[in-house]
Design a protein. Structure first.
Lengths: 308, 277
């Protein structure tokens, strides 16, 4: 203990020593390429997206481009399409993340406690994580298409779930949950491993049942892991694109905000409106992250690396 | 006691079976489709009634798929290599060195990890057209490596923190500069973590769809997920179902093999960054 403290003191005192200056320079040097790439490929384009969003810029009529101020935002925010897409996105996000949390926790408990076939379960669970989203989405799409599909054949005659609003949303959520629950489960499993076994055993000795142990002991201790997993998955679910693109293409009001942005950019070729949607999606994501960090106090992963 | 053990084993067997079925259902279904011949393709049977390799022969006959496969492999491998090299350098600094601006770096990569790709698609589309790299390999490699950098930096710095400090110090005591300590002592110890990160980044690049359909227009750089979405049947009256299923299986096989061989590493890598923080 004292040795460490002396070491730290020596380091603080020798702040400008040759060694620490070298260390500092090396630190900057090693980070520079990554920082440069991230700035060039994200910060600059985001600035450019903001600039584009203030322009009337339609690729079909490039000569008629001009600065229009906030008109694009006005057009987007007063359009029912934006609000419909935002509602669908929020709904899919909330429902699928909630389902993933419950299923993921169950799966994590299975993986944690399994005495038989632990390796098998872990391997199987990694398949949905690794598989290309588009591939899985096609599989679901064919499974639910009447005629071709195995699952559709189990439904009453004449039903085509992917062509109706609510069934389609349900199937999109299902595809999303299937694909990402394993990731959630693995994050939760790692959190579960940090819960001391003695604490749980002590609760058991005190007569707490399985439900009580889970609710009163395990979950509170896992809170940081749960919050990080929720934060990651919420932000990830909010940008849902691949599954919807393949499953419904956004038909019957099932498009997410990302689908809406894509359609405006590449189908309507309207870069001004498309960029305004892009910026709005970014603001939504930033707001979600802020809520997590401020309200729930989710620690940024890597943030606590400071004290090392 | 033994009866209870047997019962518990059966219980776990059932649970395991449910999990495995859950995980593999869509994989089996698309594989089954890919082996059906055109006549039975739409029969909705869970197991093909007559097996054929015709769908696979079909996709490998034209360049549409083979070209996309080459693009996918090339782009993913190059992006992974660059991202892992850059992230290794940065993660070493984050895990081992004291320097001002570390918080900023961590905050910035967190921001980028959360970034919605749709927000970047329109400006990148414009910028890449102006630079002449739209619809080329670099046009996709650049966003892929950038978006995988945060993931790579987190995972790697978590791994790096596990490496015994003392060895590096010992090397420095023996007269090695920090750079030498990095190259000769830490790098070999870090190799497993770097490899694991490489797998995760590769899966990330292999999976991307939005950039792939937005930043390409021909098969010059179109990757398999994007190419699949543009598949057309061999005649206008034929659905491309068989071709899509076969192509899907071809790009799924390497991932499943990765998962089988490196299961332990992948789990360690996925959870390293998130919890130990």
């Amino acid at each position: 203990m004292t040795a460490t403290r002396t070491g730290t003191a020596a380091k603080a005192a020798g702040r400008l020593s040759e060694g620490s200056r070298q260390e500092r320079r090396l630190g900057w040097l090693l980070c520079a390429p990554a920082v440069l790439v991230m700035l060039l490929v994200t910060a600059y384009p985001v600035g450019y997206a903001v600039y584009l969003s203030f322009q009337r810029y339609d690729l079909r009529f490039p000569d008629r481009s001009e600065f229009v101020g906030l008109a694009n935002y006005g057009a987007v925010l007063s359009s029912p399409y934006w609000w419909q897409a935002l509602w669908v996105t929020a709904l899919i996000t909330v429902v699928s993340v909630a389902a993933e949390l419950v299923l993921g926790l169950a799966l994590a408990l299975v993986m944690h406690r399994a005495v038989v076939g632990r390796g098998l379960v872990r391997t199987a669970v990694l398949v949905p994580y690794g598989i290309v989203t588009v591939v899985a989405a096609y599989s679901w799409q064919y499974a639910w298409t009447p005629g071709t599909g195995y699952l559709a054949a189990l439904l009453p005659e004449g039903s085509a779930p992917l062509t109706e609003h609510w069934p389609a949303i349900g199937l999109i959520v299902l595809a999303e949950v299937w694909k990402t629950t394993p990731f959630m489960a693995l994050l939760l499993l790692a959190g579960l491993a940090l819960v001391p076994a003695e604490t749980v055993r002590a609760a058991m000795v005190d007569g707490a049942g399985f439900g009580q142990r889970l609710r009163l002991v395990v979950l509170p201790l896992m809170k940081p892991a749960i919050l990080v997993a929720l934060l990651f998955r919420t932000l990830d679910a909010f940008r849902i694109f691949d599954n919807i693109y393949v499953l419904t293409g956004g038909a019957n009001d099932t498009g997410s905000v990302s689908i809406l942005g894509y359609d405006n950019l590449f189908t309507a070729l309207n870069l001004g409106i498309g960029s305004a949607i892009s910026v709005l999606v970014f603001l939504c994501v930033a707001a979600i992250a802020l809520v997590f960090v401020k309200v729930f106090g989710a620690a940024a992963p890597g943030g606590s690396a400071e004290h090392r | 006691m033994t009866a209870r053990q047997a019962r518990s084993a059966t219980g776990w067997g059932v649970v395991n079976l449910v999990v495995v079925l859950y995980a593999l259902f869509p994989v089996w279904w698309i594989a089954a489709l890919s082996f059906k011949d055109p006549a039975t393709l739409t029969d909705g049977n869970f197991v093909p009634r007559s097996w054929t390799l015709e769908n696979y022969r079909g996709i490998f006959r034209t360049t549409e798929f083979t070209r996309a496969l080459v693009n996918s492999i090339g782009i993913a491998v190059i992006s992974t290599t660059i991202a892992v090299v850059l992230a290794t350098m940065a993660a070493y600094a984050v895990a081992r060195l004291r320097f001002p601006g570390k918080r900023l770096l961590i905050g910035m990569s967190l921001l980028i990890a959360m970034f919605p790709p749709i927000s970047l698609v329109s400006p990148l589309f414009e910028i890449e057209r102006a630079l002449g790299i739209f619809d080329t390999w670099p046009g996709l490699i650049i966003p892929y490596m950038t978006f995988s950098l945060p993931l790579a930096i987190y995972t790697l710095s978590a791994f790096f923190r596990e490496i015994p400090w003392e060895l590096e110090k010992a090397a420095k005591v023996d007269g090695a500069t920090p750079a030498q300590a990095f190259r000769l002592v830490i790098a070999p110890l870090a190799a497993p973590g770097v490899f694991t990160t490489g797998i995760l980044v590769f899966i990330f690049c292999w999976n991307d769809f939005l950039f792939a359909i937005s930043l390409t227009s021909t098969d010059a750089a179109r990757t398999v997920p994007a190419a699949i979405a543009f598949f057309t049947g061999s005649s206008q009256f034929q659905q491309p179902t068989g071709s899509i299923a076969a192509a899907a299986v071809v790009i799924t096989v390497p991932i499943v093999l990765f998962v089988l061989f490196f299961q332990r590493r992948i789990v360690a890598g996925l959870t390293a960054g998130a919890v130990k923080g």
